[in-house]
Design a binder for this molecule. Structure first.
Ligand code: WT7
Length: 661
């Protein structure tokens, strides 16, 4: 159906009214607006339309949003040139689309429900009008601290509303946010600040997580000893305990914010202006700062949230992720707000004060959509149903899963005990790089199957590659997962290192985006993600590069070399197993494992601690000197009968030692 947009207030008008509009001399642009997918037939039809004319399809999605100026060119570039643009020449503002656009129609509606760590504190309801005001004030505060368009602002915070508000404030003035998860170490924070030369750091005095106080400011102080680019540190108070404040560098948020006006019109952004940097781990080297840009990311976050979750006007949507990860960017902040939804943000942890916390919040807030990670499901399942049965969970309509493959048992438990067998589970596959969900059921529309991410969203063309690097054409297949054409949400580059971007994602299969994941495809086209095929480990849904952990372990004075492997872990999905060659067997003391944990925690963060270690005199190497990880993986999983061919090793005798207890 053809619709027309009149002026800039985004009202849609039937063609018959056009004549009238024309006579009244209104500015008219022709656009084709793509509706929310309503049925599986509708999905198939939109998929076909996207296949027939990909660019037109994305234009029709983008036309639902507010653009101050329309694009000159809807799309350019491909995975051969690796420089991709969407809606180039267009002008917009993401915070405007998340906030201002809703003020007239939903101003009093709750935009954000904030749930404190402390269950005794009442949840805070923040309306679209209030959020708009708080974002504007925060934005002016940033300006008062010298932040200009294009400057990088780093966030190292607990899950307080100011984290979301601050991120939106950056988007409002065109500053580039870089959120660093509050569990990372001083060294990891410093590396991330220095890589993008952030100007301002926003942090908390303390992070509140269950009964623990996380010393965010102390860690930040340590990081800042080696961060010359930071000129101001804004500290939001969360706990009565004191922290050190450095004169001329550190400022209390409460005081600074009060000085700022609440009037801050949204800056005009170019579609391809940088929006945020988010660091993630890969198989080699230091973490990569994926750069997402404005117009394409906005369109993709809007489109995927609306179609996958099928949230209705009075629903309450809760994603349990931390804003320090991409899930919290796209599906706590941008996606829900772009759609005018009510989004929940939770400061605490699922197991405190007890393992019923999630379900208590679901009942208290009448949550309709609940989106979490398999690791949390497994951890709560292990605690037993006594923590679930006190709650009715009757408000729930849709459940989601993200971050790692969900095993069948966890899927069934979630479906039965949380969803009461009436809530569809959307198993959403995507990545930091993809910006938003790529392969997933659409809630209530796509038939689900345990462990299957099912079908790609319209506009997404996944393919499986064989060992020769060719696309597998027969439907039933298994191979490495690639994506064929650019979509608006794809990260445009690795910050300040475009060559690494090319090398990492586009060199294995020239012309395709390589995801790093393996997948199986059924005859019907249904897709099941089998997990990473590269040297990336997924621990509790957190992506960790084996090389990073090895580098950290190798800094220990008694370590010569190490090899880090992921092995199946009943709760975390994968655990970290480190094989270690020491300087001498005599140098290993009883507390060696503890010491390794300490260095890893210091270099990366406690999420990267090795669960198990094995001290060995050598590692299995190929003749070219590469570690044969396949063998280590089998050893780590105790699958000794299937070590495979070890005769080609440079040092086959080492196998004997590896399999010894
Ligand atoms: C990796 C991306 C996507 C946001 C959170 C993680 C794994 C993610 C699924 C899923 C199987 C999944 C993949 C992917 N993954 N979702 N539904 N089923 N695996 O983002 O930190 O960039 O990690 O997480 O291995 O490559 P990320």
């Amino acid at each position: 159906m053809l619709f027309y947009k009149i002026g800039s207030d985004n009202k849609i008008c039937h063609p018959l009214l056009l004549l009238l509009a024309y006579q009244e001399n209104l500015f008219i642009t022709e656009v084709y607006i793509m509706n929310k997918i309503q049925s599986f037939d509708d999905y198939l039809s939109q998929y076909e339309q996207s296949k027939a004319n990909l660019v037109k399809y994305w234009e029709s999605i983008a036309s639902n949003l507010e653009w101050f100026k329309k694009w000159d060119s809807a799309h350019s570039g491909d995975f051969t040139t690796t420089s991709v643009t969407w809606f180039d020449g267009a002008e917009t503002n993401l915070s405007y689309n998340c906030l201002d656009r809703h003020l007239e129609t939903r101003g009093e509606k709750t935009a954000l429900i904030y749930v404190h760590n402390d269950p005794k504190k009442a949840p805070e309801h923040i309306s679209y009008i209030q959020l708009h005001q708080r974002v504007s004030q925060f934005a002016n505060m940033l300006k008062n601290h010298g932040v200009e368009k294009g400057d990088r602002v780093c966030f190292y915070m607990g899950m307080t509303p100011e984290l979301m508000i601050g991120v939106l404030a950056c988007a409002r003035i065109g500053a580039v946010h870089s959120v660093v998860f509050g569990g990372f170490s001083a060294k990891a924070l410093a590396d991330r600040i220095n890589d993008c030369e952030a100007k301002v750091l926003i942090t908390n005095d303390w992070g509140l997580r269950g009964d623990k106080l996380i010393p965010l400011k102390n860690v930040a102080d340590e990081a800042l000893e080696s961060c010359p680019s930071i000129s101001s540190v804004i500290v939001q108070k969360s706990a009565p305990e004191n922290v050190m404040m450095k004169d001329g560098r550190d400022y209390w948020f409460e005081t600074e914010n009060q000085k700022a006006s609440t009037d801050c019109p949204a800056e005009t952004q170019q579609s391809e202006d940088p929006l945020f940097i988010l660091y993630t781990s890969g198989s080699t080297g230091k973490p990569k700062g994926l750069l997402h840009t404005t117009g394409g990311y906005m369109t993709y976050a809007y489109h995927t949230f609306r179609n996958v979750f099928q949230v209705e006007e009075n629903d309450v949507y809760w994603c349990t992720a931390d804003i320090g990860w991409i899930t919290g960017h796209t599906y706590i902040t941008y996606g829900p707000l772009l759609n005018g939804a009510t989004t929940v943000m939770f400061e605490g942890v699922p197991t405190w004060p007890d393992a019923g916390r999630f379900w208590q919040i679901v009942d208290q807030l009448k949550v309709t959509h609940f989106y979490t990670a398999p690791t949390a499901i497994r951890a709560l399942e292990a605690k037993g149903l006594d923590y679930v049965t006190p709650y009715s969970l009757e408000s729930l309509k849709v459940l989601g899963s993200v971050g790692e493959p969900i095993n069948e048992e966890a899927w069934e438990w979630y479906h039965k005990n949380i969803g009461k067998e009436k809530c569809p589970i959307v198993d959403t596959w995507w990545q930091t790089e993809t910006g938003g969900i790529m392969i997933s059921p659409l809630a209530g529309i796509t038939e689900t199957k345990p462990c299957y991410a099912t079908y790609p969203l319209p506009g997404i063309f996944p393919v499986l590659m064989d060992a020769e690097g060719k696309e597998i054409v027969q439907p039933k297949a298994e191979g490495n997962l690639c994506i064929k054409h650019p979509w608006p949400g794809i990260a445009r580059t690795i910050y300040a290192d475009h060559n690494r971007y090319k090398e990492t994602y586009f060199s294995t299969y020239p012309g395709y985006y390589f995801t790093g994941d393996g997948a199986k495809r059924e005859e019907s086209g249904m897709i099941r993600i089998t997990g990473r095929v590269d040297d990336v480990i997924n621990v509790s849904g957190h992506r960790i590069g084996t090389a990073e952990v090895e580098d950290a372990i190798n800094t220990h004075e008694h370590v010569v070399e190490s090899a880090v492997i992921g092995y199946n872990h009943p709760i975390k999905g994968q655990g970290i197993f480190a094989f270690i060659i020491p300087t001498s067997m005599d140098s290993i003391q009883e507390n060696f494992h503890q010491e390794l944990n300490t260095v890893v925690t210091k270099m990366i963060g406690s999420i990267a601690k090795p669960e198990k270690i094995k001290v060995v005199s050598g590692l299995p190497k190929t003749r070219s000197g590469k570690i044969m990880r396949r063998i280590l993986r089998k050893v780590a999983e105790g699958d000794l009968a299937n070590l495979g061919d070890t005769s080609t090793l440079l040092n086959p005798e080492i196998v004997e030692e590896l399999i010894k207890d």
